[in-house]
Design a protein around this ligand. Structure first.
Ligand SMILES: Cc1nc2c(=O)[nH]c(=O)nc-2n(C[C@H](O)[C@H](O)[C@H](O)CO)c1C
Length: 153
């Protein structure tokens, strides 16, 4: 089992390093890292991690900025990642933290780390322990900020 980590230099936190640190706490798997300038470069990095470097699942980590052009960029990158999943029949866990989700730099750093760590656990579950995800179905999980929990009639 090999997990790929694709991340960017545009991000203001070392999301790739954090993902690797978290995955190592939960599983003994091969890891391949591929760093690109920005989120629009992630789809091909993921495809190469899967097709050329033998990854079974990839995490795509990035930070869209707060400007309108950054949001367009994020939508385009997201579409590229979905196409890549369909082309390769492999999961890509997209971990995007929009810069304007946080009120300041301190909260942004916290959120980027927290969301990355929680999705790293999801990546391990998806790759190795899918039954663990089944137990969480419909429980209103969120990555980063607090879980919202299940809705009740
Ligand atoms: C406008 C813009 N916004 C972002 C962003 O919010 N987050 C990010 O990671 N990268 C951004 N980029 C850079 C592109 O994703 C890409 O790296 C360049 O266009 C080079 O291919 C661009 C060009």
């Amino acid at each position: 089992m090999k997990i790929g980590i694709a991340d960017t230099t545009f991000a203001r936190v070392d999301m790739g390093g954090i993902a690797i640190d978290e995955i190592r706490k939960h599983a003994s798997v091969g890891l391949e890292r591929y760093v690109v300038p920005g989120i629009k470069d992630l789809p091909v990095a993921c495809k190469k991690l899967i097709e050329e470097r033998g990854c079974d699942l990839v995490m795509a980590l990035g930070m869209p900025g707060g400007a309108e052009k950054d949001k367009v960029c994020a939508h385009e990158a997201s579409q590229g990642l979905i196409i890549c999943q369909l082309m390769t029949n492999r999961h890509i866990i997209e971990v995007f933290v929009h810069e304007d989700e946080a009120k300041d730099g301190k909260e942004l750093a916290w959120l980027m780390e927290q969301r990355t760590r929680e999705h790293a656990v999801n990546a391990v579950r998806l790759a190795l322990r899918p039954k663990d995800l089944e137990k969480l179905a419909g429980t209103g999980q969120r990555q980063g900020f607090e879980d919202v929990g299940p809705a009740r009639p």
